[in-house]
Design a binder for this molecule. Structure first.
Ligand code: IVH
Length: 679
């Protein structure tokens, strides 16, 4: 059957064939999803799977009206900027009461026994450490995915959630017409490590742990970025009026049959002793799981009893979370170093007597900042408590003062940069000290150049950290502008640089002159101006001159720019040395403004919003969207009552046309659009 699928000719397909074919493809792909994600038993290779999805994509591109909300092609995400709409939860999303000790658990058990007259059953589950989500399905199709928010209302993150491969867009079997299913989105360790490696290579700040990375990812504005991040999900709670069973456990098993990812490790328990056994087992076994868990959730199985036990303002009385203790070790603090980061931030780092913690030997741990050291009263030679809480390096969380001897010594926090001797600064709102000598302090100089050449910035190949250090030591580069003065002849005498690599470096530097302005802005390394912020700035201010002359008020008008970023931009350009560097980059020929096409032409479409659908004779869809923006209009992806026009070309989606008619949105063709802008 699979062979037939590949040989199918899609070019010659008429509408009816395309319709049948796309429906078939969707079914086949969903079956493969199920074998892969639910049964963990893939029937075809990833390559074959991708071919199927590609074929469906091609058909949907040709016949946009055949695309459905539940199509597996939706998983690749899109570039639509989805500012999130807030949605009220049908049932509030409560949190759970936490317990940390066996005696707390016994108290919980006693309360439950009293109310249920000893006749009940527990269900134990792992507590996944991620972000909770509520999914609504209507007639078997995923309608909406909403974050917890404040428990009453959350963000509509449906477009992002659709990209998570094990969340079914469509389910199969005997399911209720309408229900909600809740669970946890998380980032497996493998995805987290890959993401942080990419960020490190690109000179971006790292996520502290998979949970933060998940939260950051779910809130991304661009769902095609979400699709790349490798999120995962387990669902653990079914809600609705017509659920198949009157107990939690059977409902979960049923949901699994419909195609939902339900953990294998859900277990019924009759006694609190069995619950404790489950906890003790998983406290150890969880270390081998490919994702983070931070406890066990204990629930009453029977739904009637759940209702009887009821809820408090914040959490149900029929469930409780037992939290695992973070892994800790005690060891001696030998000395403290101060590290200077790329941005000049100072981090005190403890050198420790090596100690085994969560499977690795720990020799160094973060001491955060001066305030933290004072609060914890940490002294050299103290026995300190080290904890591994998912952060990149372990941290010191306390001192075992019972071991404090006369040897222990308080230590002075540095006042000057250990690298360049400049007096450190600390802004009121910041916990960390900074070295302000951004263009004269060794790690900052190297860090800035590394960031500048990184893949997401100027993408200059052939210059690793070691080569940069080498060029710096040989006084060939001292800042990013110096890169553009480099000559092949200067590189050749250096050790480890052969003729071919010297040529590559020079060529790559030359090529970088074509890199678009928003990346140049990101590359020059203004504090707090990351990739997305640079993009937002460039959408509003189209050239370096406009940005340099903008005042705080103008900067604050840009989406997502607050005082901290605005002030940082102003501070950067107020620095004479930075001005010189920017001028030299400009003289070298780097892109210092957005290309012509982005420039504004008129305000004729100001205040109007457009949905563009179908194919056109004189323009591509993307060209049309660009023209709309150049004339001050806005592109939106879906028709709503507030949409001004549906710009419909040939083969425009039937569903869109019907919706436009229903909502009384004006439908125009290419000629009428031309009239609008030529008026
Ligand atoms: S049940 C009303 N089960 O823990 C009960 N929650 O601290 C709803 N969590 O907000 C929650 N794994 O994000 C439940 N197996 C599990 C869970 C779980 C993780 C999270 C969830 C919840 C938080 C409560």
């Amino acid at each position: 059957m699979i062979i037939l699928v590949f040989l199918h000719k899609i070019k010659t397909m008429d509408f009816t064939d395309a319709k049948i074919r796309s429906e078939n493809l969707r079914k086949v792909i969903e079956q493969h999803n199920r074998s892969y994600y639910v049964d963990a038993n893939p029937a075809i290779s990833d390559f074959e799977y991708d071919l199927l999805v590609k074929e469906l994509e091609t058909i949907e591109k040709e016949y946009p009206e055949l695309q459905t909300a539940d199509s597996p092609t939706q998983r690749i995400g899109n570039d639509i900027n989805n500012a999130f709409v807030q949605i009220k939860h049908k049932y509030p999303m409560l949190s759970l009461g936490n317990t940390y000790t066996e005696s707390d658990l016994n108290d919980f058990d006693q309360r439950v026994r009293k109310i249920t007259e000893n006749n009940f059953e527990y269900v134990c589950e792992l507590k996944f450490d991620g972000i909770s989500i509520s999914l609504t399905y209507k007639n078997g199709i995923l309608q909406q995915a909403v974050t917890r928010g404040d428990g009453e209302k959350g963000d509509d993150v449906t477009a992002n959630i659709r990209t998570i491969r094990n969340i079914p867009l469509k389910i199969y079997g005997d399911y209720p017409d309408e229900f909600e299913i809740r669970g946890e989105i998380f980032m497996p360790h493998s995805s987290f490590e890959r993401l942080n490696k990419e960020r490190a290579d690109a000179g971006e700040t790292l996520f502290a742990n998979p949970r933060n990375a998940t939260a950051g990812t779910i809130k991304l504005q661009n769902s095609s970025q979400v699709a790349k991040r490798g999120l995962d999900c387990f669902l653990y709670y079914l809600l609705g009026e017509n659920l198949p069973h009157s107990n939690h456990y059977d409902n979960l098993q049923e949901a699994k049959k419909w195609g939902f990812p339900i953990s294998q490790n859900v277990q019924k328990c009759q006694t609190i002793q069995q619950v404790t056994d489950y906890i003790n087992y998983w406290d150890e076994a969880r270390k081998k799981l490919p994702y983070d868990t931070d406890g066990v959730v204990i629930k009453i199985n029977n739904t009637e009893q759940q209702e009887e036990l009821g809820v408090t303002a914040k959490s149900p009385r029929w469930a409780i979370a037992y939290k695992f203790k973070a892994e800790q070790a005690i060891t001696k603090l030998l000395s403290v170093d101060f590290q200077v980061g790329r941005t000049g931030a100072i981090t005190p780092v403890a050198n420790l007597q090596p100690v085994l913690l969560a499977g690795t030997t720990v020799k160094r741990a973060s001491l955060h900042n001066q305030e933290q050291i004072n609060i914890l009263d940490i002294r050299i030679s103290d026995m300190v408590i080290v904890e591994k809480g998912g952060e990149i390096i372990p941290k010191i969380v306390g001192v075992d003062k019972s071991h404090r001897t006369g040897d222990s010594k308080e230590f002075e926090y540095i006042t000057h940069c250990p690298e360049c001797g400049t007096k450190l600064e600390r802004e009121e709102s910041e916990a960390k000290h900074f070295c302000p000598n951004e263009n004269g302090c060794h790690p900052q100089i190297i860090g800035k150049i590394e960031h500048f050449i990184s893949r997401k910035a100027m993408a200059i190949d052939g210059l690793g950290a070691e080569t940069i250090e080498l060029l710096y030591k040989n006084s060939l580069i001292n800042n990013v502008a110096d890169l553009y003065d480099l000559k092949k002849e200067q590189l050749l005498p250096l050790e480890r640089i052969a003729e071919k690599s010297a040529e590559n470096i020079i060529k790559s530097i030359e090529d970088s002159k074509n890199i678009e302005f928003q990346r140049v802005l990101f590359a020059i390394g203004i504090r707090f101006v990351g990739e997305t912020t640079a993009k937002k700035i460039v959408e509003k201010l189209h050239s370096i001159d406009e940005i340099m002359s903008a005042n705080e008020e103008q900067l604050l008008q840009i989406d997502e720019i607050g005082e901290r970023i605005a002030q940082s931009i102003i501070k950067y350009f107020a620095n004479q040395k930075n001005q010189e560097i920017v001028q030299r980059l400009r003289d070298a020929g780097l892109q210092m403004k957005t290309k012509e096409v982005f420039n504004k032409i008129s305000d004729k479409l100001k205040g109007m919003s457009f949905v563009v659908s179908g194919t056109f004779t004189s323009y591509s869809r993307d060209e049309l969207k660009q023209i709309i923006e150049q004339h001050g209009g806005k592109n939106v992806s879906a028709i709503s009552a507030s949409t001004s026009y549906l710009l419909a070309g040939e083969k425009s989606g039937q569903m869109k046309i019907e919706k436009a008619n229903r909502l009384k949105v004006k439908i125009i063709d290419e000629n009428q659009f031309n009239e609008l802008i030529n008026k």
